[in-house]
Design a protein around this ligand. Structure first.
Ligand code: ZN
Length: 242
């Protein structure tokens, strides 16, 4: 079975549309969305509409949670706060209800899916490095946990009794004697220095995971952010992938 993992669209319709057409070439059996469909970008309602057509395997991200008016302990910086207020004002009532109903975590048999961490998913903590991953591995028993939130694709591997190893997020063979935490990166606002949209595909029959990067119409997305009166930094960062 092939599963695509998508995350952190953040209202960037141009990037999301490019990824949706790329997925068609991958011939996946299912699509799982790991949160943050809204926040930062200029098309929150359009991105929710597109997500609803794509899949119903969705978890909430911190921006979805906050935009739906759920109490959040996450501290938003000034750009994120400005974008959040703008997004709240744009969202239709139906779309707020949709975001509000999203679960924080999904247990899909062999896979655990969550936006932030498998423990305390509503604390919105980050798994940036092997040390963070080590703490996370101790809190769940599944072989595979798919996460997002950092906007940086990453693969953390844990063999029984050994320290966590971070692998390059390209094509990896998943060994049966290891457990993995995998971050599929961000579609609408990558922060690993590569501005291309990022998503991942897990092929369970081949025991393989790979990360795909897609170019999209970045200039249109930036123009819309500026036209909406959102902070200029949010447009600028798209071209540098930070
Ligand atoms: Zn995000």
């Amino acid at each position: 079975m092939k599963t695509a993992f998508l995350s952190d669209v953040h209202g960037n319709l141009e990037a999301f549309t490019a990824v949706c057409s790329s997925i068609k070439n991958e011939q996946v059996d299912r699509i799982i969305f790991l949160g943050d469909i809204v926040g930062y970008g200029a098309n929150p309602n359009e991105c929710i509409d597109q997500l609803q057509k794509l899949t119903n395997h969705v978890v909430a991200g911190n921006h979805d949670w906050a935009a739906a008016g759920m109490p959040s302990t996450h501290n938003f910086n000034s750009w994120a706060g400005a974008a959040l207020a703008w997004t709240c004002a744009q969202l239709t009532q139906d779309n707020k209800l949709f975001l509000r109903a999203l679960p924080l975590i999904r247990d899909m048999h062999e896979l655990l899916c969550v936006h932030a961490t498998p423990y305390m998913p509503d604390a919105w903590r980050y798994v940036f490095n092997a040390l963070d991953a080590e703490a996370a591995f101790a809190t769940f028993s599944h072989r595979l946990c798919f996460i997002a939130h950092t906007h940086c694709p990453a693969i953390f591997k844990k063999a029984e009794g050994a320290a966590v190893v971070q692998e390059l997020p390209a094509v990896v063979t998943l060994h049966s004697y290891c457990r993995y935490i995998i971050n599929c990166g961000s579609i609408g606002q990558p922060r690993d220095g590569d501005p291309r949209a990022s998503y991942g595909v897990y092929d369970s029959s081949a025991n393989r995971y790979y990360c795909i990067r897609i170019e999209y119409d970045l200039v249109s997305a930036q123009r819309k952010v500026r036209r909406a009166g959102l902070p200029d930094f949010l447009a600028h960062r798209l071209s540098v992938g930070r």
